[in-house]
Design a protein around this ligand. Structure first.
Ligand SMILES: [Zn+2]
Length: 85
């Protein structure tokens, strides 16, 4: 539980000085005049960037699912070990 809270606090502090770009939806420092991800891109480049973000997002979702799967396996292993003791 404390790990989850710490993780959230870390994420919040990390995003505090960042804003979300209305064009590509990536985050960047507030101090920057324009988005470093899509600021130099035309509409074609932006479309490619968005496609890449979507792919990254899917990869992250898969990673998250495999973490949950691993956590479930560990819980099952612990329950089995306890029931044998
Ligand atoms: Zn952008």
């Amino acid at each position: 539980m404390s790990f989850g809270l710490g993780w959230k606090a870390w994420q919040l502090s990390r995003h505090k000085n960042q804003q979300q770009c209305p064009r590509c939806s990536l985050r960047y420092e507030r101090t920057l005049a324009k988005c470093p991800h899509c600021g130099e891109l035309d509409s074609q480049g932006l479309a490619e960037l968005k496609a890449r973000i979507e792919l990254d997002h899917r990869a992250n979702t898969r990673l998250g699912k495999s973490f949950i799967f691993l956590a479930v396996l560990i819980v099952i292993a612990l329950v089995l070990l306890n029931s044998q003791a």
